[in-house]
Write a protein that binds this ligand. Structure first.
Ligand code: CP
Ligand code: NVA
Length: 322
């Protein structure tokens, strides 16, 4: 029987205090997260007491199903506890400064997950708290999502180096994190967006440098058929992210040629999987036929949010064990 592992017994550490943007993690950090997540998925009971007595605060300015449930269930399944803080209204920083929120929370809890509009709010929380802060999605990035997605691809294909993914749609937070971690792990990430909706230039530059260092490649396209040619994974996300609902109608027109259909999947590798972070707007960015097809791994991605985030929690919160 696998021995029960506590946080204290794990000698493994990440090179960072927080998970904020993504590029700050080393390749070794990501490999450590994946290795631990795979073990935790295989033998979850071995970690039933790993974070006993640990407390996590979860600040959400935006709605969530997957992120909230997986972090809360993740903590509970390791003997810890999570406190949900609804910050839809007032937003973080409106009632008191973000720095003061951080200085309060560090007196009561062992870690914070934050889902914010402004990326700077997560950065500020981390800078002002001695405890780990984990980005549960900001307007700029969604690192936990991309880590779970690439873990899903690694499970499916047995390795990531040289694997080709096409991201089709809006150059948004999910797109940025897929580029960041795909590049770090030696993948080729093709991104197809309408003109004017390309990913953030700074994130692209950073990802291109990481790709060069790790044998990967980042390539930008405007033509989805070109981006998807021969790839092993086709990924899409909503056309209007949380906070952009006011522009949804206009975006629906601009993005219509970027819908993932069976026709688009047909130009990918015959083993290709379809991926989506969810929630999906069926009939918009993806057809029912594709998302419900045997090629779709969207619920494997959702499941793996739990395992990958448990690994992140254990690695970061274990740092704090006295
Ligand atoms: N994919 C994702 O983060 O889902 P939620 O918005 O439901 O958390
Ligand atoms: N890009 C989407 C992802 C949701 C998980 C958003 O930010 O709303």
């Amino acid at each position: 029987m696998t021995p029960v592992m506590t946080a204290v017994e794990t000698q493994e550490k990440l090179s960072v205090k927080d998970l904020i943007t993504g590029p700050e993690l080393s390749r070794g950090d990501v490999e450590l997260i994946f290795a631990l997540a795979a073990r935790m998925k295989r033998v979850p009971k071995s970690y039933a007491h790993a974070l006993e007595g640990r407390q996590l605060a979860m600040i959400f300015e935006k709605p969530s199903l997957r992120t909230r449930v997986t972090f809360e269930v993740g903590m509970t399944s390791m003997g810890g506890h999570a406190v949900y803080l609804d910050h839809a209204k007032p937003r973080l920083g409106e009632r008191e400064s973000v720095a003061d929120v951080a200085r309060n929370l560090e007196r009561w809890v062992d870690g914070v997950v934050a889902r914010t509009f402004a990326h700077s709010a997560v950065v500020e929380l981390a800078e002002n708290a001695s405890i780990p802060v984990i980005n549960g999605l900001s307007d700029l990035v969604h690192p936990c999502q991309a880590l779970a997605d690439l873990f899903t691809l690694e499970e499916r294909f047995g390795g990531l180096r040289g694997l080709r993914m096409a991201y089709v749609g809006d150059g948004n937070n999910v797109c940025h994190s897929l580029m960041t971690f795909g590049a770090k792990l030696g993948m080729q990430v093709n991104v197809a967006t309408p003109p004017g909706f390309e990913p953030n230039e700074v994130m692209v530059k950073e990802a291109k440098e990481a790709a060069q260092a790790n044998g990967g490649k980042i390539a930008l396209f405007h033509e989805p058929l070109e981006a998807c040619d021969g790839v092993q994974a086709v990924y899409t996300d909503v056309w209007a992210s949380m906070g952009q609902e006011f522009a949804a109608q206009l975006r629906a027109q601009v993005f219509a040629p970027y819908r993932v259909t069976s026709g688009l999947m047909a130009v990918a590798d015959r083993r290709a999987v379809f991926m989506h972070c969810l929630p999906a707007h069926r009939g918009q960015e993806v057809t029912d036929e594709v998302i419900d097809s045997p090629q779709s791994v969207v619920f494997d991605q959702a499941e793996n949010r739990l395992h990958v985030q448990k690994a992140i929690l254990l690695l970061l919160l274990a740092e704090n064990v006295q």
